[in-house]
Design a protein around this ligand. Structure first.
Ligand SMILES: [Zn+2]
Ligand SMILES: [Zn+2]
Length: 201
């Protein structure tokens, strides 16, 4: 998965007993880095790299799993850590290294917070890495920055720069935010990579 979007939370080992069933054949899916795959060679999904969020959406639609926690504050806890709006919760566990691409698109296009999923103010915050990439390519509330910096194991290693911004300062795949998201549903731009229009001084 593209850097700046992958959660890449190392060291968190969720309960391996809680595996995700294949939506087609029901066999437990195998986990491979950012993907899951069905190992049943009799299954029509055999060998395909599947995203956790898309498998989970199908299971929810079929009434076989519950939706992930919605937007709101405070965040529910999984493995003792606050759930972020972008983290899939499937088969009863948080999939920390995975990102719900539909929710990410929602946050990017509707100016929602990546942690709580609620609407952002005119000014919001970005966490930016040393290379100028916006972590998770979406923005946060001030209190959600504080929560993330205090509780997220990956951020305590990465130590990103906190930047207060308005949308006009953000580049989406190299183009200004207002231009890219002016249309209601910009097709074919995900996963969009956010950078800052002005470099960090
Ligand atoms: Zn299958
Ligand atoms: Zn928030």
């Amino acid at each position: 998965m593209t850097r700046g979007i992958s959660a890449s939370i190392e060291g968190l080992v969720p309960d391996p007993g809680k595996s995700l069933p294949c939506p087609t054949c029901g066999q437990a899916l195998q986990e491979q880095d950012d993907w899951v795959a069905c190992g049943n060679d009799q299954c029509s999904m055999w060998g395909m790299s599947l995203s956790v969020w898309s498998v989970h959406r199908r299971l929810v639609a079929a009434g076989r799993d519950a939706p992930a926690p919605g937007a709101g504050w405070p965040r529910p806890l999984y493995d003792g850590l606050p759930h972020t709006y972008l983290t899939p919760v499937a088969a009863g566990r948080a999939w920390w290294r995975h990102v719900d691409a539909l929710r990410l698109e929602q946050c990017q296009t509707q100016w929602l917070c990546q942690v709580c999923g609620l609407r952002l103010e005119h000014q919001a915050w970005l966490l930016v890495d040393a290379g100028g990439l916006v972590l998770m390519s979406s923005a946060l509330h001030r209190r959600c920055v504080d929560l993330s910096m205090a509780r997220c194991p990956a951020l305590s290693i990465e130590q990103p720069t906190e930047r207060q911004v308005v949308r006009e300062q953000i580049l989406v795949n190299g183009r200004p935010w207002p231009l890219v998201y002016a249309t209601n549903r910009p097709e074919g731009i995900l996963p969009a990579l956010w950078t800052l229009a002005t470099p960090i001084a």
